[in-house]
Design a protein around this ligand. Structure first.
Ligand code: GLN
Length: 495
């Protein structure tokens, strides 16, 4: 359990619910029932694709509590991005391809949440196969941002972000391959944490780009983040790249005095005035608390988007080749033409446009004669970026930059320009290429066309230093530098 001091000014709904259930003050089924009521009441957000019946999970929690066990997440309702496997429940990846798929096993990270007493109540919307930054690539329609009518929640974990922002559950889980938890967290005004690559098992996460994929939580306080990360982290023999290093998230808030903070210059161009103002305010607050804040330049970051999309599309084309209508997933109506026709037909009919585009580009990138020019080159750039981060972390304890250059945009506003959509990932994808941990912190608001929209800032740290970022968040909460609010029309999750 987290030992963060109770003086933290933010409520920690997951921790508080678990304590109430553990002590017997609250019936174990009460939080899950409330979550399901909220999911139904917030149907207009399209954040949740399917509900999960909690009955069996609740029986298990009840039995274990009766047996005297301590469950750090006793009865805490959770919504999972619909690319995380839950045995027997739909896991669609927001794709027609997997519409009727029910996995035969549960993802390790999810199993660990359940073992800690958490209760899965729903599966969240996403961009198809986690490819996108707005949730507009879902085969089941976009999720919406509870902060501003007609605005995207970000992506690809848009449903998970919208769901926790609307307080449907106090915790949600997503995946972050190039920013898919941090960017929607920023656009929805909550915490989103991308762990060190390998810190949380990927077993049971449907693969997008395996060398970049991470399972990543959303939370409403540093204490809840600490609790969730503590539960989900740890070695897993089912994931070949799983780290075998202990991570302890129970530490005290970070000492800000003397903390060396580098502000990454490459993250600033193109930001809106509200994002720039939030960054200035964070610098000021950190400086006033005694941190040494200085500019730092990571020149290769300007190539991060290009390198990321080459690597991600190459890996995606390989990972998604299994969905051929024969080995995995569904098959389109058989016509004349045999196996090849059937495969083509299946992939054309059940993959959406963005996924098809990425498979084609990825296949081209890996094709003989071109792979040296694109793929090998991208891997070289990736190495340079990782080295640049390593060097920066010799001088700085953490790096700071905006998570997204702008707050939530309107549906349709950016979908006509895919390159602009990719370019906006500039601040998040470098972290995945380098494999390091990063946290998006809700850090203020910007009013756009009369709508008050959240702004997020990203702190990153050297590989393995996940706990430092959570301890930093706790310190920022004490400093009043985190602005976590509930959008109008929604209510905090406390019972
Ligand atoms: N926007 C990025 C992409 O489309 C990130 C996606 C992710 O992290 N899953 O690939």
């Amino acid at each position: 359990m987290s030992s963060l001091p109770p003086s933290s000014p933010l409520p920690s709904p997951a921790r508080q619910l678990a304590q109430a259930v553990q002590s017997g003050a609250l019936a174990p089924q009460a939080p899950a029932e409330e979550a399901l009521r909220r999911i139904r009441a917030a149907g207009q957000l399209n954040a949740v694709l399917s509900e999960v019946d909690p009955t069996e999970q609740l029986q298990a929690v009840q039995q274990r509590l009766n047996a005297g066990e301590t469950l750090p997440l006793a009865g805490v309702p959770v919504i999972l991005k619909d690319n995380l496997s839950l045995r027997g429940s739909p896991t669609t990846c927001a794709s027609r391809m997997l519409e009727s798929y029910r996995p035969p096993y549960t993802a390790t990270a999810v199993q660990r949440l359940q073992d800690a007493g958490a209760v899965v109540v729903g599966k969240a919307n996403l961009d198809e196969f986690a490819m996108g930054s707005s949730n507009e690539n879902s085969a089941f329609g976009p999720a919406l941002n509870p902060w501003g009518e007609g605005r995207v929640p970000g992506g690809s974990s848009g449903g998970s972000a919208a769901a926790i922002a609307a307080r449907l559950t106090p915790l949600t889980v997503g995946s972050d391959t190039g920013g898919s938890v941090r960017q929607p967290a920023a656009l929805c005004g909550v915490y989103g944490f991308k762990p060190t690559y390998g810190r949380i098992s990927r077993s049971g996460l449907v693969a997008y780009a395996s060398s970049l994929d991470t399972v990543a939580p959303f939370a409403l306080s540093a204490a809840d983040l600490a609790l969730t990360l503590g539960v989900m982290s740890g070695h897993d023999p089912r994931d070949a790249i799983s780290l075998n290093q202990p991570a302890d998230f129970t530490g005290a808030p970070l000492e800000l005095s003397g903390l060396r903070v580098g502000v990454v210059q490459e993250g600033l161009p193109g930001c809106t005035s509200g994002v720039a103002a939030a960054l200035d305010e964070m610098r000021r607050a950190l400086g006033a608390a005694g941190a040494q804040v200085q500019e730092v330049s990571l020149p290769h970051l300007k190539n991060a988007v290009a390198a990321y999309y080459i690597v991600a599309m190459a890996e995606a084309s390989s990972n998604l080749s299994r969905f051929d209508g024969m080995h995995y997933a569904r098959r389109a109506e058989e016509g004349a033409g045999g196996a090849v026709q059937s495969m083509l037909h299946t992939r054309e009919e059940f993959f959406g446009a963005e996924v098809q585009k990425r498979i084609m580009l990825g296949t081209f990138i890996l094709s003989s004669g071109y792979s040296d020019r694109y793929y090998t080159k991208a891997l070289q750039v990736r190495r340079l970026i990782a080295q640049e981060f390593e060097e920066a972390f010799r001088q700085f304890d953490v790096l700071l930059m905006p998570t997204s250059p702008f707050p939530a945009f309107r549906l349709g506003e950016r979908s006509g320009d895919p390159l602009a959509m990719y370019a906006a990932d500039v601040n998040t994808v470098g972290v995945n290429l380098a494999g390091i941990p990063a946290l998006s912190v809700p850090a203020g608001f910007e009013t756009v066309d009369g709508q008050r929209l959240p702004v997020g800032l990203q702190f990153s740290a050297r590989a393995g230093d996940d706990a430092r970022l959570v301890a930093l968040a706790a310190a920022l909460e004490q400093l009043g530098a985190v602005q976590l609010e509930t959008p109008d029309g929604y209510q905090d999750f406390s019972l």
